[in-house]
Structures are given as C-alpha cells and as structure tokens.
Design a protein. Sequence first.
Length: 291
Amino acid sequence: MSVRLVVLLAVLGCAIDAAFLMMPKLLTRRGVTTRRTRFGVALVFDGESVEGDEVRMLNVNGTFQSVSYTAAGRQCDLACLYHQYFAEVIDVAGLRAGGGEGLSALVIGGGGFSFPKWMVSSLPSAQVEVAEIDPKIIEIAREFFFLDELERRTHAERDGRLRVSCCDGWARLAAAGERWGLVVNDAFSGKRPLGPLGTVTGARAIREHLTDDGIYLANLISPMEGRRSRVMRETLAAFGREFPYAYLIPERPEEPRRAGDNTLVASMRPLGIAARYRVGATGATVGGSVD
C-alpha cells in the first residue's frame, strides 16, 4: 500500500469521524433530538400526519417505533392504525365495561407508550403494567412523549394503576405467577417482530398467562402474501395450535405484498370480528377486520 493511499484513507477516516461528531448538532438545528439507546440511535422529531395534525415521532436505528399527537387533550389519542384496531378489539371483547374494572393488563414493549397512555386514560379502573427492556426508551417516553404529563394528571403510577417495569417482556411473562385479562405485545425488531412470542412455545406461554376470557393482541409486521410473509404464516400456525380463536386484521389488505403493522388477536372465546384472516384450531387461514 502506497504512502499516498495510506494518507488518503486516514484523511477519509477523519472526515467520516467528523461527520458523525457533527451529526447530532446538525440534527438539533433541524429540531431533531438524538439519544443513544440499547438498540441504536433514537431520533425524536415533530411533524404532521397525513390529516395535518401535529405529531411527534420516535425512530430507533432507522425504524419508526412510536407516534403521538402533541396537541393538548390529544396526547393519549391513538395515531397508529393498528393501535386503533387494538382499541376496537378491546371494545368488541367487552373489556372497557366499567372503565376496565377488574382488568389487569401486561404490555410488552413501551416505545413512546402510545397504547399504555391510551389505556390509562380510557380504562381508568384497569391495572396496566408495561415491560420495556431499554431504560433509555423509558426516559424518552417520560421526557418527550408525555408519560410524565400523564402521571401529573392522573397519578396512575402513584396509585398503582400504571406500573413501568424496566425488564425483558418475555422473561417477565415466562416467570410470572399471575394471569392477565389482556396481554399486548408491541415489541418488534428485525425479521422476527414478535421474537419468541411468535413461536409455539411463546403462544403456549401466552395462553397459560391469560385468564379464561383473556385477550392477546400483537403487532405482527409482515406482508400478507409472498416469500416475506413466512413470519406471519409461522406465527398464525403457532397461535392456531394453542388458541381456538385467532384473528389477523391486516393494515393494508389492498396491498398484500407490502409489509404492514397487522393486528394479531387470540383468545379462548369467540369475538365479534368478521371472519377474514381468521385462524381456527386447524390453523386454516380464512379472512379479518373488526365488525
């Protein structure tokens, strides 16, 4: 290797290092906050939804993980379609009766705490535990996604209605001695969005930790068709073996080969969900949308 090439590589390396060092400053000037987390650099920034509403977004290592409205009075509203489906299923299942009285829920994966905030706000009598593995993400939720504001208004953590646990959600579930009326899996990473909770072992653990009339909800990121839909098919097969009633509500039924945030629902009892992408005990896929 020539001296000239060595010098060139050294200069290039210094330039790249300088660019990385300058990046947070450049992003800050554009209104973007950066934080280092367990799973990569987190970006927090404001923008507008397609409807023109002001929203705040969380992107971790290139993947969007949370969206929240920023306007006063809307910070606990649900901006994501699959979260709206979660809420509709809770309604259909009758879990909002009495403001969620008697309901205990475990939410795996906090992110910006969009769905836990909605639950605390909309189900004031329910007890909600959130298992978030990354302490930095919890800090971000408190500082930028109105989790601390929710506590100031409702005192949910002080009163025991909201418990934030910094732990691995799978480990929390596997070691738990209790059962929940609702388990929500909103954790995802890479090609296996549900992690071990998308396997037969995981599906069985979910079933064992749900009450007899309990409901399981999960964000299943996958296309509906094509080679990249393997994760979806495996997950549906796993839950079809363990639950007599499992449903999938697609985010983009009109674009089946495009990955979407699809809603997986599983329970031991039938729900008022139209039979479209429904998986029964035989594991046969038939159709899914909320009635």
